[in-house]
Design a binder for this molecule. Sequence first.
Ligand code: LLP
Length: 407
Amino acid sequence: MKDSIKELVKKYDTPLYVYDFDLIEKRYNELKSSFEGMKSLISFAVKSNSNLSVIRHLGNMDAGADCVSIGEIKRALKAGIKPYRIIFSGVGKRDDEIKEALLSNIFMINLESIAEMKRVEMIAKELDIEARISIRVNPNVDPKTHPYISTGLQENKFGVSIDSAKWMYIYAKKSAHLNPIGIHFHIGSQLTQLSPIIEASNIVADLVRSLRALDIDIRFFDVGGGLGVVYNDESTISLKEYAEGIKEAIKGLDVTVVCEPGRYLVANAGIFITKVLYEKVNEGKRFVVVDGAMNDLIRPSLYTAYHEIEAIGIDGEESLADVVGPICESGDFLGKDVSLPALSHDDIIIIHTAGAYGFTMASNYNTRNRSAEVALSAGKDYLIRQRESFDDVIRLEESCDSSWQRR
Ligand code: LLP
């Protein structure tokens, strides 16, 4: 493994994202088989890793796609995901996005407010079609995760209350242009405790039962994503207990379970590789300056998220260091107080568990080109995204109107 990483660095340079496609496949199969005995659809949350090859790889295993913009929908379609496996979620959708999604005949649009429902109805009417919809219910359950990635509490911006949802279903049922087929909740991300998910499932399943009494037939029960992974020493949710808990919650309901994992499928399969530029010591504090930065992997800066950091093939006595990037922000770090041996120029450092919300949250801050992405599959490596060049980064500014310049 260590040698192969050196080879990858030689071939593709750094900073570099590398994804183990075999592990993604394993994770998908494990999750899919845990739902055995239930009708299920696993819709990959494209926001976690939207590389076309990653989506295509999951699509080849029959995954659907959970998308939050028309851009993600287009990616999913381009990667070969069938329209009837694509869900359009998100708290704010533009009219043009709604229109294009409807014209693409995707599986369903997830509604997050009454105003949005009316907008979708109006657009469907203009197109003279019926929009398949689900409603995102906010079950007001504490998911016990980082506040920035907690979404199922009343105070969060997501979804609607149980009462509003009921009203919306009754409205949609009467509408000639809305077809309410699903119900949805997603209480947060990186969940490591099962009970909030089951609590939410029970609340939402009860709502489905009461809708049935009103002759509103919900056929898709979307439990969102959120399954946590191990970054450090977290204990994670057992898939068996997860699936069983959901099964128990929907007992007696003839529904297909839809699950929208992102992180669970791709996080552990990804590493971010960076090279040491130099070491420095300021007033006794040790810094390892590397060529990867917060623009490449923002999770440590944004959430003080922990990612395991490993120096490849270097032995020796270790001491604590902050691993920092070249960006002009004190918040630009990949790890703090990391135990590392003495390092020198070009030594290779790996940041683990970087396959989810890594590259997708990357930016060009400080005019840094975004890194290349590589897939590993059955012992071979494949370039799945070229490294950006300076020309790529400035392309959209170059051919613009420059007549604003005063002489
Ligand atoms: N479904 C919905 C409606 C979502 O909002 C999300 C994630 C998912 C599914 C997928 O969640 P997952 O299975 O990946 O936990 N940038 C943050 C995570 C933000 C998650 C946003 N929503 C991070 O780096 O931790």
